[in-house]
Unconditional design. Structure first.
Length: 462
């Protein structure tokens, strides 16, 4: 029998292990060569220093924030409360005599002008004579009866007493008591009109604040159904028939020059009861309040661009400014208004307007004490991204060319060119070296010739 031929695959030793060994040896040589090239002396010491400098530059980068200034202003002291639009004076169209309504031409919500007739009324006697003549005409059987009914109808119409129902003031119809055909007595109300020049706002103000509210105080009313505030003036406190209410109603006369609102609209009123002149203020957005401890803080920025948290006591506030009672802050000092959430004390910051302009990130990196190489990387990243801010750790683990494979540099493995400047070399130009190769940077951060990762003459696959 012929013995089966053995497979060469099982007899031939694998070549992967020697290849891996050669790759590791080449990698070790590349690390040593890169260290010598960067430092010009001891490779181990220089590569360690470069790595430490890059890491310190990354961790020292300034945090972009927006800032305002400590200043002085006059702030209004106010009290506020919810309320509703009402009528200061309603004009009622009343019956001039006993009679019957023969027509009404308006409905609820209609706007009317002064002197406009909203209907007519016929006198009670005239209505009775007219009705009698018509009844005679309908019951007439003979020619004589018909002639008598016609004469009676003619006399009744000739002596008919009617009157229009005019409105004395312009306004909005808010009530309609009578309808066409109804009998009314002299003085009865037929239609109620809210005078547009007498619109008021009834605000519910806490009784503890009433002592500070006086007639003539200026105010403003904001309605939920319209944009903008309506100027108003305090008329007085509306008497109440009970003392158990936590709030009392204060009447505010709305500005007549403003477009009159509809009766019944809800809103809120703010009444100015005093002012604090030359108050030390900061932008209201700078306040950070701890809901658990109740402590309010602001982040002050010193001349070295270092942020320091300061506990403050807040006085009068409005939608824009907040008064600082304690402590006294330096006039014109900078305070952070956005970007301070979670910001540790003694953090270096930079204005967001600076970090979003070309070169701003480089200035921030240089001001933060970063190494020249890190500052150069920030400048290159700013140019490569059109001035958009970059921060350390973005795209961590990517090479200078933006790939997903970590690049090994002289002195140890780092994540990309100077720790995460995406798509940019340390000199600021996008890398075109294959395999995620990083450009060579001298000891002073000046760009050199592009070399493969590791600083050696060749790139070896891992």
């Amino acid at each position: 029998m012929i013995e089966p031929r053995r497979s060469k695959r099982t007899a031939t030793p694998s070549c992967h292990a020697p290849r891996a060994a050669r790759a590791l040896a080449a990698l070790a040589l590349a690390v040593a060569a890169g260290g010598c090239h960067r430092g010009g002396g001891s490779g181990k010491e220089t590569s360690t220093a470069d790595s430490t400098g890059a890491d310190s530059g990354a961790t020292s980068a300034a945090t972009p924030v927006t800032m305002g200034r400590v200043t002085t202003r006059t702030l209004d002291v106010t009290v506020s409360g919810p309320g509703v639009v009402d009528v200061g004076e309603d004009v009622r169209v009343r019956a001039p005599f006993n009679g019957v309504i023969t027509g009404i031409s308006v409905n609820l919500g209609d706007r009317v002008r002064a002197g406009q007739s909203i209907g007519t009324i016929i006198a009670e006697n005239s209505d009775a004579a007219l009705r009698g003549a018509r009844a005679m005409a309908s019951s007439a059987r003979t020619p004589d009866e018909r002639a008598a009914a016609a004469r009676a109808l003619q006399v009744a119409q000739a002596s008919l007493v009617t009157a229009p129902l005019p409105v004395d003031r312009s306004g909005i119809v808010i009530a309609r008591v009578a309808s066409t055909g109804e009998r009314v007595l002299q003085g009865d109300s037929i239609v109620s009109v809210a005078a547009t020049n007498q619109m008021i706002f009834l605000a519910d103000v806490a009784q503890s604040d009433l002592a500070r509210v006086h007639a003539g105080d200026r105010a403003q009313v904001v309605l939920a159904s319209r944009v903008g505030a309506i100027p108003a003036v305090v008329h007085g406190v509306v008497p109440s028939d009970t003392g158990s209410l936590a709030a009392m109603r204060v009447r505010l006369d709305l500005d007549r020059a403003s477009t009159p609102p509809t009766v019944g609209l809800f809103g809120s009123a703010t009444i100015v009861v005093g002012e604090h002149a030359n108050a030390q203020v900061v932008p209201a957005a700078a306040l950070v309040r701890d809901d658990i401890t109740g402590v309010t803080r602001v982040a002050l920025v010193d001349a070295r661009d270092i942020a320091h948290w300061v506990n403050v006591t807040v006085g009068v506030t409005d939608s824009v400014w907040a008064e600082i009672l304690q402590p006294s802050l330096p006039l014109n000092a900078r305070v952070i208004t956005t970007g301070m959430a979670g910001l540790p004390d003694s953090t270096r910051v930079v204005s967001a307007t600076d970090s979003t302009t070309p070169g701003g990130a480089a200035a921030a990196a240089a001001g933060a004490g970063a190494t020249p190489a890190a500052a150069g990387a920030a400048a290159g990243a700013a140019r490569a991204t059109g001035g958009r801010p970059t921060s350390p750790g973005v795209n961590a683990g990517t090479g200078a060319g933006g790939g997903n494979t970590p690049v090994l540099a002289g002195g140890g493995a780092t994540r990309g060119a100077n720790a995460g400047a995406p798509g940019a070399s340390a000199a600021g130009a996008p890398s075109t070296a294959p395999g995620g190769a990083a450009p060579r940077v001298g000891a002073r951060g000046r760009p050199g010739a592009a070399t493969p990762a590791g600083g050696g003459a060749h790139s070896h696959p891992l």
